[in-house]
Design a protein around this ligand. Structure first.
Ligand code: ZN
Length: 104
């Protein structure tokens, strides 16, 4: 546990209260960036857990899988089967594929 590094011109010294580390440095609850900006502290909770926030990459991957599985998006047969499994539709044998077309 460190102490608040907020400089207090009135006393000519640092605050010195028990502090947590913020982007701006060590700050006690009275000198957090939010407090100095006149805002309430952000609520801690699951909503702020980075791991629970869907990334744009994961979201687009799911959309891609759905598009491939529904046949709206062209893909290789292997990708198609994987997408079918990933989206819970199950593997399906299909004869319509652009990559397996035979030229006889
Ligand atoms: Zn302080």
């Amino acid at each position: 546990m460190s102490s608040c590094r907020q400089w207090l011109p009135a006393t000519g010294q640092h605050c010195g209260e028990a502090a947590r580390f913020y982007l701006t440095g060590w700050r006690c609850p009275g000198h957090t960036p939010a407090a100095q900006a006149g805002r309430a502290e952000p609520e801690p909770g699951p909503g702020y857990t980075p791991q629970r926030l869907p990334t744009s990459q994961a979201a687009s991957a799911l959309v891609d899988a759905r598009a491939v599985a529904s046949g709206k998006r062209r893909s290789t047969p292997q990708t198609y089967r994987l997408a079918r499994v990933a989206t819970g539709r199950g593997p399906e044998n299909t004869t319509s594929s652009t990559s397996t077309r035979r030229t006889s």
